[in-house]
Design a protein around this ligand. Sequence first.
Ligand code: CU
Length: 214
Amino acid sequence: MRHFLLFFLVVSLTASARASGTVRVVAKDPSGTPVADAVAYVLAIDAPAPVRPPADPVAIIQKDQEFLPYVTAVVVGTRVSFPNKDTVQHHVYSVSPAKKFEIPLYIGESSATILFDHPGPVTLGCNIHDWMVAYIYVLATPYFAKTGTDGAADITGLPPGRYRLELWHPRLAAKVGREITIEGTADSTQVVSVTLRPDRRIRRAPDSEGLGYK
Ligand SMILES: [Cu+2]
């Protein structure tokens, strides 16, 4: 009987250690329109969740004088490369507190990779092309996902426990967050209302085609 009880205990402990849940975050503005390019992430409240940066650098390319992708989420310790797919030179820089850097004028695959070693938002710009802007959001949690055009992002592999769900977006007007609980393998959907500031991005000069910028 005692053996049976022990066996039962071990089996149930193993099962709970393996169990993981998914949170589907759906970001919408107050009018109900889906919000894309938001970084949804959860911070573990009960136990620390260490991050493991990827072995290879994450690439943010420059193509047709734009950065791609517009928003990139990485964990602390990730290296990012900035390959230039254009035939013009770019000069990528950031003056953000989480990471200040500069890759002077280059064409093609710059040998420089930048290490993002502090959490927080990083705004990327190009010294040559004012309209080029993109963002890196550096996270101190392994649990995150970016919303698509449908406003949805699935955060997977969450061990049971309590988490703080937060969202970041380049034009976020006010911080959003709430506490959530993951139980077993149950999936949950969290609809989050996000208020964005107006989009003030500088658009490409309309006559740039004729001025030899290409
Ligand atoms: Cu440029």
